[in-house]
Write a protein that binds this ligand. Structure first.
Ligand SMILES: C[S@@+](CC[C@H](N)C(=O)[O-])C[C@H]1O[C@@H](n2cnc3c(N)ncnc32)[C@H](O)[C@@H]1O
Length: 212
């Protein structure tokens, strides 16, 4: 982890009561990548302990982190304080409601991060999950400044990378945004995808740019 951890915001000690045994380590390299590309106003939805938002804060003007779990919000706040990141604010909220309200009040961001929980844990949940992902991404795209970046993740193994890309394309059409795929990313190198075991490629992380 040495080279990866240099110069990044540090997250406080995790506890076994936290989600995902304490930290979403599969996202670590994506957190660091976001730290490199962040600028301006940033919205980190489903922030958990601030893994994305805190890295983004190193180069962004302002970062707003939102999660519905009060414990996660407290921890994200502590992490921002311990890293002396005065440009980070954290609050509890439902990401779907927050996005709807932000679109209605015509807010604009240079970077939006979507890292929701797995919406399709069972095959029967796939259609609903697809709708939820599309709804989130459509609204997030509407918030972007021209040239703005959307980091869009899905950790549902049942939603394949092809499916996810297809619904991102549908969201872009409905949002009336011309969008470029800058990067197709997955889990970090310490979470390898095993040939013949497609579910090990569960994590998708797209870096998208609204061109105008
Ligand atoms: C995959 S985790 C996010 C991990 C985090 N982005 C990271 O990289 O460390 C999903 C998070 O979404 C939160 N969550 C679930 N449903 C939500 C909702 N409707 N609105 C806001 N947060 C929600 C959970 O509490 C959890 O912290």
């Amino acid at each position: 982890m040495g080279a990866l951890s240099r110069g990044r915001a540090r997250l406080a000690g995790q506890s076994a009561r936290d989600q995902k045994t304490g930290a979403f380590l599969d996202q670590l390299e994506n957190h660091l990548r976001v730290g490199e590309i962040a600028r301006g106003r940033v919205l980190d939805l489903f922030c958990y302990h601030g893994g994305f938002g805190l890295q983004a804060a190193r180069h962004a003007e302002q970062v707003l982190c939102i999660d519905q779990d009060q414990g996660a919000v407290e921890r994200a706040r502590q992490n921002a304080e311990q890293n002396s990141l005065g440009n980070v604010s954290v609050r509890a909220g439902n990401a779907f409601d927050e996005l709807r309200a932000a679109v209605e009040s015509r807010q604009r961001y240079d970077l939006v991060i979507l890292d929701p929980p797995a919406f399709a844990k069972r095959h029967s949940a796939l259609a609903g999950a697809r709708r939820a992902y599309k709804d989130l991404n459509l609204r997030a795209l509407r918030l972007l400044e021209p040239g703005g970046i959307l980091i869009s993740c899905s950790c549902s193994a049942r939603v394949t990378a092809e499916m996810f890309e297809e619904l991102l394309a549908e969201a872009a059409v409905d949002a009336r945004r011309r969008v470029a795929i800058l990067e197709r990313r997955g889990a970090g190198r310490d979470h390898p995808v095993l040939l013949g075991v497609p579910e090990t490629g569960y994590l998708k992380c797209f870096v998208l740019q609204a061109l105008d």
